[in-house]
Design a protein around this ligand. Structure first.
Ligand SMILES: NC(=O)c1ccc[n+]([C@@H]2O[C@H](COP(=O)([O-])OP(=O)(O)OC[C@H]3O[C@@H](n4cnc5c(N)ncnc54)[C@H](O)[C@@H]3O)[C@@H](O)[C@H]2O)c1
Length: 302
């Protein structure tokens, strides 16, 4: 019987740098777009009032994965992470289980990397400043991935000022107000999605927003009036229209399929990204299993 290897969070972070996570995530979007990697729909299992579980399968490059992962927003108050679970990695040739990988670490790397890939594809070429709203577990990795792309000037904001201070000092960024973070060239939101943190009045021409926190129905980080002003992109329409930031706009009738472009299509050169320096681009990330597969490949490759 094949030995099942286990990789804890420390092993995952040691194996995959933020820069590699960005590359692996970009590749994942491209392979999926090309139809080489497959990904059945994510399944939600609600666990009210605490949060929900998600089952996320994908197959590609000789592997098949299943991520069983939580979003339990109240967990930090209990000293527990919002995101936890395991990622099973099997051989797509023999079906054998090969590895069990810590899913919090994989999630953080691929989530942060998606924000960075979206900035590479959609931000203005002269974008220099980054603003991070929500400096928790996944926000921190978004900032690290942007820093790996060369964003040396950034602002962190969080009501937990100690989290914003620690991250800012790690990256050589500044901790400051929401108003300052939201005025950056690239704005990333990774809050629990309880209230809008990007308002219509905040927007200025040329910005890129990567909104990651609202990854299930009934969460939102961006005011509807702000969504209306943006050129809209998402990781996958099926998922984002039902359980992402854009789902609120879909329910309100202001967001339609034709008005939203998938990031993979832009990366593959099959669709337009930013069309002018004044466009305000918004990328809605809900988190895809293909991104997890990309990181799992990197971990097992070591
Ligand atoms: N899109 C994806 O792929 C993806 C992946 C993982 C997690 N998520 C979602 O991202 C969100 C955050 O997850 P996490 O694991 O980083 O949680 P976390 O609790 O570690 O971090 C959330 C942070 O947001 C801060 N915050 C709360 N309200 C805020 C506000 N109004 N302004 C600024 N900061 C505020 C909190 O203090 C905390 O530091 C959750 O909703 C989670 O479901 C999305």
């Amino acid at each position: 019987m094949t030995e099942v290897r286990t990789f804890d969070a420390e092993a995952v972070f040691a194996a995959v740098s933020p820069a590699e996570a960005v590359e692996r995530t970009r590749t994942a979007f491209l392979r999926h777009r090309a139809g080489e990697w497959v990904m059945p729909a994510k399944t939600y299992v609600d666990a009210p009032p605490h949060g929900d579980f998600r089952a996320m399968p994908a197959r590609g490059e000789g592997l098949a994965i299943l991520k069983w992962v939580t979003s339990f927003p109240g967990n930090p108050a209990r000293g527990l992470p919002v995101v936890a679970g395991a990622l099973l990695v099997s051989s797509a040739e023999t079906g054998e289980l090969l590895a069990i990988v810590d899913c919090g670490a994989v999630t953080s790397l691929r989530t942060g990397a998606a924000a960075a890939v979206s900035a590479q594809a959609l931000a203005r070429e002269d974008a220099r400043t980054a603003g991070l709203i929500g400096c928790g577990v996944n926000g921190a990795w978004a900032a690290r991935c942007l820093a790996a792309l060369g964003f040396t000037d950034g602002v962190c904001t969080d009501p937990r000022t100690e989290a914003a201070d620690a991250l800012a000092s790690e990256l050589g960024w500044r901790a400051s107000s929401r108003e300052e973070a939201v005025s950056a060239d690239v704005v990333v939101t990774v809050t629990p999605g309880d209230e809008p943190v990007v308002l219509a009045a905040d927007l200025r021409p040329g910005q890129h927003l990567a909104v990651l926190g609202a990854d299930a129905h009934d969460k939102a980080e961006v005011e509807l009036g702000a969504i209306e002003r943006c050129a809209l992109f998402c990781d996958e329409w099926e998922q984002a229209s039902k359980g992402g930031e854009l789902s609120t706009g879909v329910s309100a009738g202001i967001v339609e399929r034709e008005g939203v472009t998938e990031l993979g299509a832009v990366l593959a050169g099959q669709a337009e990204g930013r069309t002018s320096a004044d466009d305000i681009t918004l990328f809605d990330s809900t988190g895809l299993a293909i991104q997890d597969l990309g990181i799992a490949l990197a971990v097992l490759g070591r």
